[in-house]
Structure formats: structure tokens, C-alpha cells
Design a protein around this ligand. Structure first.
Ligand code: NI
Length: 164
């Protein structure tokens, strides 16, 4: 496993649409391993392949209470419901900052695992639902700052303003 450099907002690659994964091979597994390591070392809850410069429809996330690492390849959002209670989010490609983004409380999703096996109609809630939607957006060249209704320079500013 190896740490990979994370692209930052302003890099044009982040605005490109990622392409479906066709080959579930060693190349993909190395990429997924590197992404998981990069996410953990950067203290992130999720990381999309495009963020390390690879335009493949794949992301990793570790956002649930039980800290299950999910590797989501060729993901789809089938259904959304409700309003997520967690409003604030951040992104390793927009270092330091955070912002308020409305996301669904529940999503029903499908994706393939690293071997190509289809995980279908999987229900995610809370932070996992929010995270899945954020990472899914990355695959279409969308950053959360495009959707944020309010932005903060850092967590301290967020905490100060939210307490008022
Ligand atoms: Ni992100």
C-alpha cells in the first residue's frame, strides 16, 4: 500500500467525469488499497479515485459507527429519503474548510465490490448516507462547495458561528 497525493480544488481533473470500471484486476486492487491508506492517513471519511487523479468510478469510505471500510465501484443511488441531520461536511480536496450541505438521511444504493460482485439495494443512513452522496458527486466532477449553502474557513469558525 502506498500513500497517493490528493488533488486540490483548482485542479481540472477534479471536474472531469469518471469512467466505469471494467476490469476488476490487480490494478484496481492496488488503487483501492492505496486510496484506503491515503484516506486513513489524511483522517478522511471517504476518498474517490478522481481525488488521486484516476478517472475511475470508484471510491472508498469509512463513515459508519462500526467503521466498516466500504469499497464502492460503479455506484448508483437508487432512492433517497429524508433530510440528513448532519449538515457540515469537508473534503480532502478542499483542505481545512467546511460547509453546510443538505443531503438525504437515507439512501438505497448499489455498487460492485473489488471482485465485481454486485451489492444491490443496500440501505445507508446518517453519516454513511451523507458520505456516499458526497463521494458519488466526485465521480461526476462535483465538489461539495458547489452545493454548500454556507462555507467556513475552518472548524473553529464553524463552531463559533454555529454556537450563536
Ligand atoms: Ni470529497
Amino acid at each position: 500500500m502506498a500513500y497517493r497525493k490528493v488533488l486540490h480544488d483548482g485542479d481540472e481533473t477534479l471536474r472531469k467525469t469518471s469512467k466505469p470500471v471494467v476490469d476488476f484486476d490487480q490494478n484496481l486492487w492496488t488503487l483501492l488499497d492505496d486510496m484506503a491508506e491515503t484516506m486513513k492517513k489524511s483522517d478522511g471519511a471517504g476518498l474517490a479515485a478522481v481525488q488521486v487523479g484516476v478517472l475511475k468510478r470508484a471510491f472508498v469510505m469509512q463513515a459508519g459507527k462500526d467503521k466498516v471500510l466500504r469499497e464502492c465501484i460503479n455506484p448508483k443511488i437508487l432512492k433517497e429519503e429524508g433530510e440528513n441531520k448532519i449538515k457540515v461536511e469537508g473534503c480532502l480536496s478542499v483542505p481545512g474548510k467546511c460547509g453546510i450541505v443538505e443531503r438525504p438521511e437515507k439512501v438505497w444504493v448499489e455498487y460492485q465490490d473489488r471482485n465485481g460482485k454486485l451489492i444491490s439495494n443496500k440501505k445507508l443512513t446518517g453519516f454513511e448516507a451523507k458520505c456516499f452522496c458526497h463521494e458519488f458527486d466526485h465521480l461526476n466532477g462535483i465538489l461539495y462547495i458547489d452545493k454548500a449553502t454556507e462555507m467556513f474557513d475552518d472548524r473553529d469558525e464553524y463552531n463559533r458561528k454555529r454556537k450563536k
